[in-house]
Structures are given as structure tokens and as C-alpha cells.
Design a protein around this ligand. Structure first.
Ligand code: SF4
Length: 335
């Protein structure tokens, strides 16, 4: 029986658990091998995930499982994503989705974000969690590679209110050599689909001399989908099989992003200390409407949100935002 969660469409039977090792077939049904098993639950500011246009200043519970359907040569979480999930189970936490939601409430979290490995490989547990989270008034988001089927994309649209999709590159050669997939077309299709109904931000990790020449084309594609999609360009410090690769040149990428700001007003450039590309500018008058601090390596924080009801205080332009400013300690009932 073929799995219908991601574009690999693996044939599952007996001990064949697919490329991600996370599903199996029983009685004509595709099931999770390790439901309710989590590699992490911790707290983070939403800016450091990164989501820059979702409940600024809010407190997230971040979670993950094990396994992935891609094979990125530079993966920073390969110790969880690329290890055989069966070998990791002794170190995993076991909680029902309802228990995790109750912990998020006690910890004063405003939202729950799946951000360690790929959520497509644990979708049934996340569907169950979404029901419990909705009852508790907690929104859910995720980071994903979006290499999923159209059917799974519909599940994503119902489970996650906000989604950061990693668009790592476009060319088939790059996809085969660096990501372990045949091409990027399903990812582009899914970005357009999800952006039509959900809040979507996109992240592109840049590898010096490997995919930096594609930044103009990626910006054009995103502007064609929706020119107000927030686009995070991430200065990649490669790990896993690419340790030792040259770090991207900040000046060169600055030049590329500066010209693309004309077609995509919400561009950000992360992962080096002191970036001045972490603030949001009003697309109409250019005023700084949200100020952030970049500590490098995903350590971004909200500094000041000048918006009034998500409007630019200077010209009144409505800034793209899912939810509005939230204070870190604002959730009632928190410990
Ligand atoms: S989710 Fe896993 S088992 Fe299913 S098709 Fe993708 S890689 Fe294969």
C-alpha cells in the first residue's frame, strides 16, 4: 500500500517503513510507527523560530519528533532528522497531544510550533493535537519542507494556522545533489496552495556558490504568488555532510536582496549578529514599524512594535500580520 503523506509515495508493507521510517501499513491503513513520542518540548520567542508576522512578542512551545523525508546535506538537526527513528525511541518523551497542550497552557505559551524535524512524518499526532489546542485557544504553526502530497497539504491547511516553508532552491540538479529529492515543483505548488488560505512565511537557507545565484528567481516566484509573503533569507552555516563549507558573504547577499525589496517588501536576512534586515518596514511609506534584535543563530527577539492595530503609525497602511502584538507574560493561568 502506498503512503500518501509525501511526494515519495513509498510502498509500505511488512518492515518497509518508507524513506522517513515513520509510517507502516496495517490492515490496509497507513499508521504512525511512533505516535505521541516527542524529541523535545521547550519554550521560545516566536521571532527566533522565525515567524516575524505572527503574534509579535509571543511565547511558543516548540516541539519535534524524529525522521524526515528529505536528505539535506547541510542539515543542522540531522541527529534527530536523519538518525533511524527506532534507535532514538529510548530518549524520546511520551505525552498524548492533550497532555502537551495542557503543558503549553501551564507554561503560559500562546502558541505551539513544530520546528525540529519535518511535520509531514508525524501528521496524525499533530491532527489530534490541533483538536486539543483549538479547545484551549492555542494556535499551532510549523516549519516544513512542503515536499508533501496535495492531500497532506489540505491536512496542513486545517492543522496549522501559520506555516514557514523552507524553499531551499529551485534547480533539479540542486534538489538531487543537496536535498535528496528529484525536483522542487511540488514545493512550489504547495506554497501557492497554502498561501491562498493560511498565513505563510518562506525561508531560504543560502549556501555560498551553491544556491545564491537562485535568489532573484526565488524572489520573483514568491512575488508572483503574493508580494506580501515574508521571505527570510538565512545565512547558512552548514552542518552534517557540509561542515567546512565557506560561510555566505554578507555584502554579496545584501546587494541581491536590496534589488528584490522592490518586488517583495517583507524581506529579512538572518543569522549573523547585527543584521539590520530584521526590522519590518512599511511597504508604502518605508517607516520602521517593527524593530527586532538579531543575536545570530536564530536568537532573534522583538524590540518594539510601533503598529497600532497592525497599521503603520505614519501612513495607516495595514501591515501583514497573523494576530497582533502579544506580551510574553500575558497568558492567564501561567505558572
Ligand atoms: S511520509 Fe515517509 S513513508 Fe510516507 S511517502 Fe513520505 S517518506 Fe514515504
Amino acid at each position: 500500500m502506498r503512503c500518501n503523506y509525501c511526494e515519495w509515495r513509498c510502498e509500505l508493507n511488512g518492515e518497509n517503513y518508507g524513506i522517513c521510517h515513520m509510517y507502516w501499513e496495517e490492515g490496509g491503513v497507513i499508521k504512525e510507527r511512533f505516535p505521541n513520542r516527542w524529541c523535545a518540548y521547550s519554550m521560545s520567542s516566536i521571532e527566533s523560530i522565525p515567524f516575524y508576522h505572527v503574534y509579535p512578542g509571543s511565547r511558543c512551545m516548540t516541539i519535534g519528533t524524529a525522521g524526515c523525508n528529505m536528505d539535506c546535506r547541510y542539515c543542522a538537526n540531522a541527529y534527530v532528522a536523519k538518525e533511524n527513528p527506532a534507535k532514538l525511541q529510548a530518549q524520546m518523551y511520551e505525552f498524548t497531544p492533550g497532555q502537551l497542550v495542557r503543558m503549553a497552557e501551564k507554561l503560559g505559551c500562546h502558541n505551539i510550533v513544530f520546528n525540529v524535524n519535518e511535520p509531514t512524518v508525524s501528521l496524525p499526532s499533530l491532527q489530534e493535537m490541533a483538536l486539543a489546542a483549538k479547545t484551549a485557544g492555542i494556535t499551532m504553526g510549523c516549519l516544513t519542507n512542503a515536499y508533501m502530497t496535495e492531500a497532506a497539504t489540505e491536512i496542513f491547511a486545517s492543522v496549522f494556522s501559520f506555516i514557514n516553508i523552507s524553499l531551499k532552491g529551485l534547480a533539479p540538479d540542486f534538489c538531487r545533489s543537496y536535498l535528496g529529492i528529484p525536483d522542487s515543483r511540488p514545493i512550489l505548488r504547495n506554497i501557492a496552495r497554502l498561501a491562498a488560505t493560511n498565513h505563510v512565511e518562506v525561508t531560504t537557507p543560502v549556501i555560498q556558490s551553491v544556491n545564491d545565484h537562485e535568489l532573484d528567481e526565488i524572489a520573483s516566484f514568491l512575488a508572483g504568488v503574493d508580494r506580501e509573503i515574508p521571505w527570510h533569507v538565512f545565512r547558512l552555516l552548514p552542518e552534517h555532510k557540509m561542515k567546512g563549507t565557506t560561510y555566505p558573504n554578507v555584502g554579496d547577499i545584501n546587494t541581491i536582496l536590496e534589488r528584490n525589496r522592490k518586488i517583495l517588501p517583507y524581506i529579512y536576512f538572518h543569522n549573523f549578529i547585527g543584521s539590520d534586515w530584521v526590522n519590518t518596514l512599511c511597504p508604502r511609506c518605508g517607516r520602521e514599524v517593527v524593530e527586532r534584535i538579531s543575536l545570530g543563530c536564530g536568537g532573534d527577539r522583538l524590540n518594539h512594535c510601533h503598529c497600532r492595530e497592525n497599521m503603520c503609525p505614519e501612513c495607516g497602511y495595514e501591515i501583514r500580520m497573523y494576530g497582533s502584538r502579544v506580551y510574553w507574560n500575558s497568558r492567564e493561568g501561567a505558572l
